[in-house]
Design a binder for this molecule. Structure first.
Ligand code: S3P
Length: 184
């Protein structure tokens, strides 16, 4: 089974993915990093030189090709509750090209949904390398984040498991993942 970590920028998808991977000894892939290394360009460069639509196509292709590659090596296509792979998605991944529905059909989706003020505090410190935020003032960013969260909640809400915490209790979280995987 693949776990897909989804949620807004700054929600902790990459951090939690690495934490779970280290703890469980399961492979972890950060979708943005995978795209950057496949195309030899940063996400910002892809946005700038090819535009967001092309980035979304790359993101969609990456999801599918990773699944196919892993299916061959660990037989992900056999329904199993055993966790084989953790993918930390980009913040927009679930909201384009049918990705949310596809992820729900191919694994367990987990929405990391900390309070908005926590997202804003984290993003204020690191917006420079995020193409959607880099040019915004703090006020504009607040408006942008609130607006985007409203638009995206339709997709994020389709996740099978939702975590509202900003810090995680690992044993409790592993139990929640285990329970949710058996309900799939
Ligand atoms: C995006 C989030 C980013 C990255 C790209 C677009 C978004 O990922 O995929 O900049 O649309 O929210 P992170 O959520 O990992 O920062």
């Amino acid at each position: 089974m693949t776990v897909y970590l989804i949620g807004f920028m700054g929600s902790g998808k990459s951090y939690l993915g690495r934490l779970l991977s280290n703890h469980l000894g399961v492979d972890h892939i950060d979708l943005d990093e995978w795209i950057e290394s496949k195309y030899g360009k940063s996400i910002t460069e892809i946005f700038q030189s090819e535009g967001e639509d092309r980035f979304r196509e790359k993101e969609h292709e990456a999801l599918k090709s990773l699944y196919e590659a892993y299916s061959r090596s660990v037989n992900l296509s056999i329904p199993s509750t055993e966790l084989n792979l953790i993918i930390s998605c980009g913040g927009g991944t679930p909201c384009f090209n049918g990705n949310m529905e596809w992820m729900n059909q191919h694994g367990l989706t987990i929405w990391l949904d900390p309070p908005t003020h926590v997202l804003l505090e984290r993003l204020a410190k690191e917006k420079a390398h995020r193409p959607l935020l880099a040019k915004l003032s703090d006020d504009q960013m607040k408006h942008f984040v609130e607006q985007k969260l409203k638009e995206r909640s339709f997709f994020y809400n389709q996740a099978r498991l939702v975590l509202h915490d900003e810090v995680w209790d690992l044993p409790g979280l592993l139990k929640q993942i285990n329970d949710a995987s058996h309900l799939q």
